[in-house]
Write a protein that binds this ligand. Structure first.
Ligand code: NDP
Ligand code: BG6
Length: 516
């Protein structure tokens, strides 16, 4: 019998070999969540922080401050947090016992109207108390999870209260900014001007939770830690690249926000364009945050924003009508809460971009995202060129192009489609897949994106956060499309049924989408 592998006499899971034993963050800090009574905090941010406490990554010297308009005292907010964790954490991670007790005593709350510097001065005093009582070392992470119009106000008051950026050996101050960063190019630039009066770029962490997903981080490893992909990762071998971020859910409770946003702003301008940049960029000179972010910006600057009269050729929009999801009838977008009954907002957007550089000239990059589609799937599909000459396989066989599929969700992994001979005396070939799955490959469940990103912000690693130049470029790329779509009503809306593949115009734009 082969003995199980051990380290210091302890049996180890061979699938976990090579993984770091602990990722505990050593830097102490207080995290302040502006908007701590909101939806994002209760569903994503608080569970991420508590889970970091449970898995040992959170620094030992830590404090959490909630800051919102709703009235709570510290104990009331602790109870609120406990109830949210009860609701949103899995059964084996419920808040209880000494771990919860220690976590809870480090939670404090400020009820504020956001318009008064006095409330931010209170915050400053509270942070000083945290430093004394919890050893948080003067390190302050401010997380903006309020509605975006409130961001500039918070930043201004932080400065007025003397809580602006510093990194002076006696502690640091950093700011995490939720998406959307602006609602168009102009408002994004205005927000940036406000932020840079108070925080230098090195202290600004613009969050895009897609960058915290493991398979998205793995794009760089796939491309640059292997020999076999990079030589064919170019116009000589690649026919096209498609990027999909499809959802089967509708707008849920966020109709009020979404009806002013739409799919192009909500998903393409940030998540999907970030995926495009990672898949298309040149090799960075190192894994340093700015070396990677330089390459992402460079490749985005090689895409030209469309002229207004090109918009119809390079884009498609859709809006869902009633349909069926998982066997259940669901309503159409215009019947959703807080959505205008004659809304012209797109719930599906598709765009075809060209990257004008040596590597990608002539290769279409087709992006699509939508709500109430047939299933939830986010993936990047690289389709390779057809074989140059065919001598194998019966003439009736379809020889399909090779595909590399980066599966971001729901089944995280990488799949390669290639042709193989069908066993038997005849020369038939057919497509087969080599399939790698993170779960079986590494024997661990990938940490949720927000855990990774909050951890990186505490560590001071900006690699997975979007730099201002890339945000600005992404807005420049979508602006002509937004302008045309806003100024012209689409009379075909609703033009796809909930639960379908999306509008027919998307197929006209690009006929080879993978089936959802
Ligand atoms: P909510 O409306 O649920 O919560 C907003 C929070 O901000 C509340 O704590 C609210 O305080 C506070 N707030 C402060 N000033 C105002 C104001 N003038 N108007 C309204 N609320 C105010 O928003 P979400 O939690 O959904 O979103 C927060 C941020 O996260 C937004 O920037 C959003 O775009 C982003 N985001 C959210 C996602 C989600 O799934 N929810 C996904 C991706 C990004 P109080 O309630 O105490 O008055
Ligand atoms: C958010 C969008 O940024 O991403 C939502 O605002 C969308 O509308 C969500 O539902 C999708 O994220 P994920 O991780 O579920 O693909």
């Amino acid at each position: 019998m082969i003995a199980a592998p051990t380290v210091d006499g302890e049996a180890i899971n061979p699938l976990r070999a090579g993984l770091p034993p602990s990722d505990r963050i050593e830097e102490p800090c207080s995290i302040v969540f502006f908007g701590a009574s909101g939806d994002l905090f209760k569903r994503m941010l608080l569970p991420a922080v508590y889970s970091m406490r449970l898995n040992g990554t959170l620094p030992t010297d830590f404090a959490l401050v909630g800051f919102a308009r709703t009235t709570y005292d510290d104990d009331g907010f602790r109870e609120y947090c406990r109830a949210q964790l009860d609701a949103f954490m899995p059964d084996d991670k419920k808040p209880e016992g000494s771990v919860w007790d220690d976590f809870a005593r480090r939670i404090r709350y400020i009820a504020a109207d956001f318009k008064d510097t006095a409330d931010f001065v209170k915050l400053k005093n509270l942070l000083a108390r945290n430093d004394e009582e919890f050893g948080t070392g003067g390190n302050h992470l401010f997380y903006l999870a309020t509605p975006p119009p409130v961001f500039p106000e918070v930043v201004r008051h932080l400065k007025n209260a003397g809580l602006d950026a510093r990194d002076d050996g006696a502690g640091w101050t950093r700011i995490v900014v939720e998406k959307p960063f602006g609602i168009d190019l102009e408002s994004a630039q205005a927000l940036q001007r406000e932020i840079e009066k108070v925080f230098p770029e090195a202290a600004v962490y613009r969050i895009d939770h897609y960058l915290g997903k493991e398979p998205v981080q793995d794009i760089i490893a796939l491309r640059f830690a292997n020999t076999i992909f990079e030589p064919i990762w170019n116009r000589n071998y690649v026919q096209n690249i498609q990027i999909t971020a499809a959802e089967s859910i509708g707008v849920e409770e966020r109709g009020g926000y979404y009806d002013h946003a739409g799919a192009l702003r909500d998903m393409i301008q940030n998540h999907v364009i970030n995926l495009l940049a990672l898949v298309a960029m040149e090799p960075p000179v190192s894994s340093h945050a700015d070396d990677i972010r330089n390459e992402k910006s460079k490749v985005l600057s090689a895409i030209s924003p469309a002229a207004y009269d090109e918009v119809a050729d390079i884009s498609a929009r859709g809006q869902y009508g009633p349909g069926v999801i998982d066997g259940q009838p669901v309503k159409g977008y215009r019947q959703e809460d807080a959505v205008a009954p004659d809304s012209n907002t797109e719930t599906f957007a598709a765009v075809r971009f060209c990257i004008d550089n040596w590597r990608w000239s002539g290769v279409p990059f087709c992006l699509r995202s939508g709500k109430r589609l047939a299933r939830k799937v986010s993936e990047i599909v690289v389709t390779f060129k057809p074989i140059p000459h065919r001598f194998y396989g019966a003439s009736t066989d379809d020889i399909e192009p090779n595909l590399l599929v980066i599966k971001i969700q729901p089944d995280e992994g990488i799949a390669m489609r290639f042709e193989a001979k069908v066993p038997g005396p005849k020369d038939h070939v057919r497509s087969v897949y080599m399939d790698f799955n993170y779960g079986t490959g590494f024997g661990v469940v990938s940490p949720p994106a927000y855990e990774r990103l909050i951890g990186d912000a505490i560590r001071g690693d900006q690699t997975l956060f979007t730099r201002w130049d890339a945000v600005e470029r992404a807005w420049q790329l979508v602006t002509p499309i937004l302008d045309v779509w806003t100024s012209s009503k689409d009379f075909s809306f609703p033009n796809y049924a909930a639960g379908s593949q999306g509008p027919p115009s998307a197929v006209k734009l690009f006929p080879d989408w993978r089936q959802l």
